[in-house]
Write a protein that binds this ligand. Structure first.
Ligand SMILES: NC(=O)C1=CN([C@@H]2O[C@H](COP(=O)(O)OP(=O)(O)OC[C@H]3O[C@@H](n4cnc5c(N)ncnc54)[C@H](OP(=O)(O)O)[C@@H]3O)[C@@H](O)[C@H]2O)[C@H](O)CC1
Ligand SMILES: [K+]
Length: 457
């Protein structure tokens, strides 16, 4: 939920419930989590001038009622309304943020979704010092100093944990927010939210049925060109991702790889075009190791002209570049683009959050876009958005993108479309990475992808 969507959801609740009661519920939820992490240690609660501060005063009162040693430091007088009322119900002293003494447990209630500009240097430094000095720091709704709708850095410290109130905001999963929030918890405070943008979740995938055979489960064609290893990784990933039949179309039919990986010799683009005329094909993946020579471009054109679901990855995206919209205009079959940040920047400028920019490329190309990163954003032509944050940092190694492209081709081959296919592939990929543990090579990632698939059927 964006800040505006959150405010609208809160306004809807205020039509039947006092804002005070909602704030009491929010502050009580913060106090429950803060008490868990305080484990009896003294608590410092910092309160800002708005409703985030209002939540903080409620939290301080509940913690003190629970027997904890609580002190409160404020930045500015609370604005009129619920926040001022909660400030008056806090019976203990309130010192200025500038006089606050560090304590083992810190509750950050300076700013939440009302952050409209970067934190001034003074408060930014004070808050950072208090966080550093604390054993544990918990932010209310958001770490103070993040731009809610994009996760851009407005000076937030890196806290131990963040308690998101009612719903995740983009700042919990994007950009600077990804590492400043620490462990993200979610509190249900009975504010109904209808989020059409969601965190990527584990897919429920149907296992093969009694009537299934290698074609009904989907035949994937992976196109091999300049760097055979990359295409082979994608092909093997398609096999692990549940495809019934995978063929590697390339110049060298003898190349390595599993015996079950069928190889079809193609030389020129015409050979690929002929191969892709088969209606037994369920999906095509091109791009891993494609290269950027003239031959690569000719093969790409043949793939773009085919009537099958098509995954465009790696070099295919670089070849498309800013002309992607023109190249893809005539395609009618489902198409996915899987750019990492660099490939994305070569295809599309754009303002706003990673979500906004990804939706921009969707609009321009009519394709589903899987915009990779530590925060992976998937956006579809129907406006659906899925975000997967916090995948293993060990994925930052050569070939893992080839594996993701293959996993996606397999989901497309089994009949998944648009965002659902990309969400399943991204979830399998991240799960395989966490199963693979530290310092894995992309080859090992493929081996764990089958185990990840096993958790979805
Ligand atoms: N709406 C509700 O009843 C509930 C909301 N919840 C909590 O409230 C916050 C959102 O509260 P809000 O008052 O909208 O905004 P903040 O508390 O985040 O910010 C307060 C004001 O601070 C000013 N501001 C913004 N940026 C800065 C800055 N860099 N330096 C100084 N001051 C800043 C801004 O006012 P201006 O007039 O100065 O622009 C903000 O209005 C939400 O996150 C929840 O924690 C409860 O969860 C439920 C009840
Ligand atoms: K906060």
């Amino acid at each position: 939920m964006t800040a505006a969507e959150m405010r609208a959801a809160e306004e809807a609740v205020f039509r039947r419930e006092r804002q005070l009661d909602v704030m009491e519920r929010a502050g009580a939820a913060v106090a429950r989590e803060a008490a868990r992490f305080a484990t009896g240690r003294p608590v410092l609660v910092v309160a800002g001038p708005g409703n985030n501060g209002g939540d903080a005063y409620v939290c301080a009162r509940h913690l003190r009622q629970g027997g904890l040693d609580v002190s409160v430091a404020a930045m500015g007088e609370p604005k009129a309304g619920a926040a001022a009322e909660m400030w008056s119900r806090w019976e203990g002293p309130v010192v200025s943020l500038y006089e606050a003494r560090p304590r083992p447990m810190l509750v950050d209630g300076l700013f939440g979704t009302g952050m409209t500009r970067p934190l001034e240097r003074g408060p930014r430094a004070l808050l950072a010092d208090l966080v550093t000095a604390a054993d544990f720091s918990l932010s209310i709704d958001l770490p103070s100093g993040l731009e809610t709708d994009s996760g851009a850095d407005f000076g937030a410290p890196r806290v131990s944990a963040t308690l998101a109130l009612a719903a995740l905001k983009p700042a919990h999963v994007l950009d600077a927010g990804l590492e400043r929030c620490g462990h993200v918890l979610l509190a249900d405070i009975a504010i109904p939210v209808a989020a059409h943008r969601r965190a990527a979740a584990r897919p429920r995938l149907a296992p093969p049925g009694a009537g299934d055979h290698k074609y009904s489960r989907g035949m994937v064609v992976a196109v091999e060109c300049a760097m055979p290893g990359a295409a082979r990784l994608a092909a093997r990933a398609a096999m692990a991702g549940g495809a019934g039949y995978v063929t590697l179309a390339g110049a060298d039919p003898r190349g390595g790889g599993p015996d079950a990986l069928v190889r079809t010799r193609i030389e020129a683009a015409e050979d690929l075009a002929e191969l892709l005329e088969s209606d037994r094909i369920a999906s095509v993946v091109i791009g891993p190791g494609l290269g950027r020579e003239r031959r690569s471009e000719a093969l790409l054109k043949a793939a773009l002209a085919c009537p099958h679901p098509l995954v465009l990855d790696g070099d295919a995206l670089t070849l498309l570049g800013r002309q992607a919209g023109r190249w893809l205009r005539d395609r009618r079959a489902p198409t996915w683009l899987t750019p990492h940040a660099g490939e994305f920047a070569r295809m599309f400028e754009g303002e706003g959050s990673k979500i906004d920019r990804t939706l921009g490329l969707v609009l321009e190309t009519g394709a589903t876009v899987l915009h990779k990163g530590a925060d992976t954003v998937i956006a579809g032509t129907d406006g659906a958005v899925r975000v997967l944050a916090g995948a293993s940092p060990w994925l930052s190694t050569a070939g893992t993108g080839d594996v993701l492209a293959g996993l996606l081709a397999a989901q497309a081959a089994r009949g998944l479309r648009g965002v659902a296919a990309a969400e399943a592939a991204v979830w399998l990929h991240a799960r395989a990475a966490s199963l693979a543990g530290p310092a894995f090579a992309a080859d090992a990632l493929v081996d764990h992808a089958a185990a990840a698939l096993g958790e979805c059927v």
